[in-house]
Design a protein around this ligand. Structure first.
Ligand SMILES: C[C@H](O)[C@H](O)[C@H]1CNc2nc(N)[nH]c(=O)c2N1
Ligand SMILES: N[C@@H](Cc1ccc(O)cc1)C(=O)O
Ligand SMILES: [Fe+2]
Length: 534
């Protein structure tokens, strides 16, 4: 018990706190969640590293490697130093970040309002207007008034439409001008910092790979591999491969070692036996399919590339490698694109029944069977779509729902309680615990489930039981429709793009598509009703 308490304390000490970046002098105005996560990973890792090196020494491991990650950290620090944001307003930083994160977006024409203080009255105004013309901007609104405090000065509000890249140039130019006292850009539409950035195309998931480092063997005293240098090196090697991965690359092939295959064999055989009796029908069905296709065999860890092909065939889900436990926002965002970010390293041989961080055994044995089920795949994508542009509070709720369904969900089946959560289907220790009378079983209700606190270091004390997976999905849909996001999104599988449904044109084209599909459906019905005589 003492060990558990110590581990809990260790994790609390290092858990990434929401306000961490602000406490450490990272300007709150730069509210890109991508940048925040990058910064947090860096600082938390550096701090933890030094404290834990000491602890590892105490754990009788002489293989402390202080160089770990220093290179990577330095690189990132330099990167962020190069970004000189001094003097820019929040809106301008958001604008500049939007361009850096998606260079294609620099040509997007953006509406924005400029507030200027003109030193030389009307004559400065004509210079400003000429400049706007030079940058191919269109003035859509212009208002001036004498400045109340200074004689002869004029305040102007100018609304313009201009490409993002030109807007940044224009601002630079205006700031250097002697005739202006100050220039402020007020964002409109999507350059507002109030809507966080989110990926619009599957390729932008290259930006969504921020890790929560608290359970890595290098940083978690209770990780089964904490004092095993060989294990830590191997885990790092495989994580590096994931770090280097870019959208469009083939899924990397990993030559698994004998020990790793042995670990797989022991988990696979135990889970195979237990799931016959305890897993939900969707899991059992897909498990059999995976066996029939030769992917689920006892003596070889399936390759992620093969798994990805398998799932693409059944539900369109594909896999991309992840270096460890991802932040909820990044992890959920990829689900919106029917992409599952999957770790590729294997848990420690000493702890096959349960591991504190997701590993390839968890992803493959736990998640893949249900992601190969069309209805469950749809549900996973819906949680992902709901997460795009959601507030931090909503992300917290969505990930809690995800936790108690996709990860640790139980459901009823012909009067019996069955397992569908991936965290149980890959951890036979916890699977048996979940079905025993030790933990509490509560009915799944999105409102209460979404706010149930949970920890991810030990077996759960509470599980939620759904009437059925379909019923859980229905309840989730009703609940999620009340979220605060002021827009709807839709995934276009042809372009792999998430579209924000915010213009009449987009909705019209969608209605058109749906009409065509309805026409096909009614044709199909007619054909069935009156089969042709030929
Ligand atoms: C969304 C929710 O937080 C969930 O537990 C996520 C978090 N990050 C993850 N990261 C990886 N690599 N694999 C996972 O299964 C998850 N699960
Ligand atoms: N506990 C799971 C792995 C896991 C860890 C953390 C998670 O968030 C999810 C899954 C297992 O042993 O298989
Ligand atoms: Fe998982």
């Amino acid at each position: 018990m003492a060990a558990v308490a110590a581990a809990q304390k260790n994790r609390e000490m290092f858990a990434i706190k929401k306000s961490y970046s602000i406490e450490n002098g990272y300007p709150a105005r730069r509210r890109s969640l991508v940048d925040d996560a990058r910064f947090e990973t860096l600082v938390v890792k550096q701090t933890k590293q030094s404290v834990l090196d000491e602890a590892r020494q105490r754990a009788n491991d002489s293989s402390v490697d202080p160089e770990y990650d220093n290179e990577q950290c330095n690189q990132k620090t330099e990167e962020s130093n190069n970004k000189d944001d001094s003097g820019l307003t929040e809106e301008e930083i958001v604008l500049a970040n939007a361009i850096t994160e998606d260079p294609e977006s620099e040509k997007i024409v953006q509406r924005a309002a400029l507030v200027l203080r003109l030193r030389e009255g009307m004559s400065s105004l004509s210079r400003v207007l000429k400049l706007i013309e030079k940058y191919q901007g269109v003035v859509v609104h212009l208002e001036t008034r004498p400045n109340i405090s200074e004689n002869g000065q004029l305040d102007a509000l100018i609304k313009i439409d201009m490409s993002r890249i030109n807007m940044l140039q224009l601002l630079k130019n205006l700031r250097q001008s002697q005739t202006l006292e100050h220039t402020t850009l007020i964002g409109e539409d999507n350059i507002s910092a109030k809507n966080p950035w989110f990926p619009r195309h599957a390729s932008e998931l290259d930006n969504c790979n921020h890790l929560m480092t608290k359970y890595e063997p290098d940083l978690d005293m209770n990780h089964p591999g904490f004092a095993d240098k060989v294990y830590r090196e191997r885990r790092k090697e495989i994580a590096e491969i994931a770090f280097a991965y870019k959208y469009g690359d083939p899924v990397p092939y990993i030559e698994y070692t004998e020990v790793e295959n042995k670990t797989w064999k022991s988990v696979f055989n135990t889970v195979k036996e237990l799931t016959v009796k305890h897993a939900c029908v969707e899991h059992r069905r897909a498990f059999k399919l995976l066996q029939d296709e030769g992917l689920f065999v006892e003596d070889k860890i399936p390759q992620l590339g093969e798994m990805s092909k398998f799932m693409q065939k059944y539900t369109g889900f594909t896999l991309r490698p992840a270096a460890g436990l991802l932040t909820s926002r990044d992890f959920l965002a990829s689900l919106a694109f029917r992409i599952f970010q999957s770790t590729q390293y294997i848990r420690h041989i000493n702890s096959p029944f349960h591991t504190p961080e997701p590993d390839a055994i968890h992803e493959i044995l736990g998640h893949m069977p249900l992601l190969a089920d069309p209805s469950f795949a749809q549900f996973s994508q819906e949680i992902g779509l709901a997460s795009l542009g959601a507030s931090d509070e909503e992300i917290e709720k969505l990930s809690t729902i995800y936790w108690f369904t996709v990860e640790f969900g139980l459901c009823k089946e012909a009067g019996e309680t069955k397992v569908y959560g991936a965290g149980l289907l890959s951890a036979y220790g916890e699977l048996l615990h979940a079905l025993s009378d030790k933990p509490e079983h509560r009915p799944f209700q999105p409102e209460s489930t979404a706010v149930q606190p949970y920890q991810d270091q030990e077996y759960q004390p509470v599980y939620f039981v759904a009437e059925s997976i379909e019923d859980m999905k229905d309840k989730f849909r009703r609940w999620v429709s009340q979220m605060s996001r002021p827009f709807e999104v839709r995934f276009n599988p042809h372009t792999q793009r998430v579209e924000v449904l915010d213009t009449v044109e987009k909705l019209e084209s969608l209605v058109h598509q749906l009409n065509t599909e309805v026409l096909h459906l009614s044709n199909a019905i007619n054909k069935m009703k009156a089969p042709s005589l030929c």
